[in-house]
Design a protein around this ligand. Structure first.
Ligand SMILES: CC(=O)N[C@H]1[C@@H](OP(=O)(O)OP(=O)(O)OC[C@H]2O[C@@H](n3ccc(=O)[nH]c3=O)[C@H](O)[C@@H]2O)O[C@H](CO)[C@@H](O)[C@@H]1O[C@H](C)C(=O)N[C@@H](C)C(=O)N[C@H](CCC(=O)O)C(=O)O
Ligand SMILES: Nc1ncnc2c1ncn2[C@@H]1O[C@H](COP(=O)(O)OP(=O)(O)OP(=O)(O)O)[C@@H](O)[C@H]1O
Ligand SMILES: N[C@H](CCC[C@H](N)C(=O)O)C(=O)O
Ligand SMILES: [Mg+2]
Length: 494
């Protein structure tokens, strides 16, 4: 693509050198990926400044650079802009010819439940015969091809390229998780969404956002931008699907010009669950909606699963999927990888691996377990390093409050000292008697300890890592799978 075409919608401060006849073969924000004919865009990151790698990009073949300040002694044209992070999604969208405009992209945001809701929507729409794509924490799926993800929501360039690849193979519905980091870092700017789904807002990521208000504002951007990507007029067929029971619901409703569809259990809502029953084998409820009423029996349990099912049902009702089809798809889902996943290795107690890594999700999961546990409850839990410190004492307190014994341990300490993370967690246990918790830094030992304590009818919850198959220590990923370790511990192989 001609560089001047690519830059047409971008507000330029200054151009140094001639860009008239310049052809661009690729765009990258990573100098290590720059190749002949590419355009390099320098981003200021949290660790380094991309401006320091401009020369490296040029050495590798970049034919022009987009920067925020003039780089001395550069042999290629420089395009100076105010904020490269604002510009990069535009460049990506133009380069790939606005792929999001020709598909129906469904985005899900919220502190908890994004992965689960995207998987449920995916199941319903796939069962309807639509070609879907998936972007989120567990994986990215383009057609039948699956890819590992570095982030829940990829950076803007990768995202636009992914949409382009999805469009090329005829995808109708890309379904994606939209993290608050992504909204703040403008990863989804330049993307036109058909539907924005909100699950809930509770504490997480305060290391990044600073306060709950800022966190709410970041999420609000998803709804305020819905309907006016690139300043287009509002498209009538855009939807904001909102959890009416969440205290932030009103804030998000106010932010959007799209059609609002609410769901909930407690408040009046367009899609509502009544007569909710929670059992060990699954949750069931009556779904009342503008499209009719039906009984739904999920194979997933917990009140939170009812919310996730309602969110998915509401988003799919907006697509005209019949309620009877929504019912049968939802009822056929056994669960999502690493979410309330049972480990069975011949034991007479229950072992559950779950991705709860926030205070709210941990409390929800433990409340659910308490509702059906006949024996004692043992919880293994840790908190991530280089992440929100303020949630650590709260998570430890919740684990101890709802368990007979909480075993606090490591969960991706990253570059932090694991002992300091456990010290933070222990602060939440100051009022807790010493028999009620155990501190075991090594996660294998922690799991083995919980399994040894458990006898008939007890429940062991192993929280925080879910589908993850690694433990990040320093900057290295070591293989670690809670499910594997638990099964070995049960079989006495550890
Ligand atoms: C805080 C954050 O979001 N960081 C993301 C960011 O990293 P960074 O700011 O440290 O980047 P950097 O290393 O400083 O690099 C700055 C720029 O220089 C470039 N560079 C760097 C080195 C070099 O040799 N050459 C070069 O050009 C880089 O490509 C980049 O463009 O850009 C990276 C590349 O895209 C991301 O992978 C990285 O995510 C890290 C792994 C991360 O942990 N992010 C978390 C906080 C996150 O985004 N989480 C949310 C989910 C949260 C949830 O809801 O649960 C997510 O969407 O994943
Ligand atoms: N609607 C919900 N409300 C509260 N907790 C939930 C909800 N749905 C799932 N959970 C809990 O949160 C955990 C994570 O669920 P899920 O992976 O679907 O969320 P997520 O928003 O994608 O998380 P992440 O931000 O890490 O990607 C689950 O293992 C479960 O414990
Ligand atoms: N998307 C979440 C994942 C947390 C998972 C947990 N195992 C941890 O490492 O803290 C985050 O980046 O905060
Ligand atoms: Mg997720």
């Amino acid at each position: 693509m001609q560089l001047h075409v690519l830059l047409a919608p971008v507000l330029l401060k200054k151009v140094i050198g001639s860009i008239d006849e310049l052809e661009i073969s690729a765009i990258t924000a990573d100098s290590r990926l720059a190749g002949p004919g590419s355009l390099f865009v320098a981003l200021r990151g949290h660790t380094v400044d991309g401006h320091d790698f401009v020369s490296q990009a040029v050495d590798r073949g970049a034919v022009a650079v987009v920067v925020e300040r003039i780089i001395d002694n550069l042999s290629v044209p420089q395009i100076i802009v105010k904020d490269t992070r604002d510009v990069i999604p535009i460049l990506g969208a133009v380069f790939y010819q606005h792929p999001s405009k020709s598909m129906k992209i469904i985005g899900v945001t919220g502190t908890n439940g994004k992965t689960t809701v995207t998987h449920l929507i995916d199941k319903i729409l796939t069962d309807q015969g639509h070609l879907t794509g998936l972007i989120g924490t567990i994986k990215k799926r383009i057609g039948a091809q699956e890819f590992d993800m570095a982030n829940t929501t990829p950076e803007a360039l990768e995202l636009q390229e992914t949409f382009h690849q999805m469009r090329e193979i005829g995808t109708v519905y890309p379904i994606m998780e939209v993290s608050s980091h992504a909204l703040d870092l403008k990863r989804v700017a330049g993307t036109k969404f058909r539907t924005a789904v909100f699950t809930n807002l509770t504490q997480d990521h305060l290391d990044f956002h600073g306060s709950m208000d800022e966190y709410r504002i970041a999420k609000g951007k998803f709804f305020s931008r819905l309907g006016n990507t690139y300043g287009d007029k509002r498209d009538d067929s855009q939807f904001a699907v909102i959890n009416a029971d969440d205290p932030s619901a009103g804030f998000f409703v106010q932010q959007t010009v799209a059609q609002v569809v609410t769901y909930g259990i407690n408040q009046t809502a367009d899609v509502r669950a009544t007569n909710v029953r929670i059992e060990a084998k699954g949750a069931s409820f009556t779904l009342d909606s503008f499209a009719g009423t039906t009984e739904i029996s999920l194979q997933m349990t917990g009140k939170f699963s009812v919310y996730n099912a309602l969110a998915a049902a509401a988003a799919c009702l907006c697509e005209g999927v019949p309620l009877s089809a929504i019912k049968s798809s939802l009822e056929s889902v056994r669960g999502v990888d690493g979410r309330f996943e049972r480990v069975a290795a011949g034991q007479d107690f229950t072992v559950i691996v779950d991705y709860a890594h926030t205070p709210d999700s941990l409390e929800n999961v433990l409340k659910t377990i308490r509702e059906f546990a006949r024996g004692r409850v043992y919880t293994v839990v840790g908190c991530g390093g280089d992440r929100d410190r303020t949630k650590r004492p709260t998570m430890a307190r919740i684990a101890a409050q709802y368990s007979d014994v909480a075993i606090i341990t490591s969960d991706n300490p990253r570059t932090e000292d694991p002992e300091r993370i456990l010290d933070d967690m222990e602060e939440g246990l100051a009022d807790c008697s010493r028999e009620r918790y155990v501190r075991l830094t090594d996660r294998t030992e922690a799991i083995r300890h919980a399994i040894r304590l458990a006898t008939e009818d007890d429940v062991v919850l192993i929280a925080g890592k879910g589908h993850e198959t690694y433990q990040i220590i320093g900057k290295t990923k070591h293989h670690f799978d809670d499910r594997e370790v638990a099964a070995k511990a049960i079989r006495g192989e550890l």
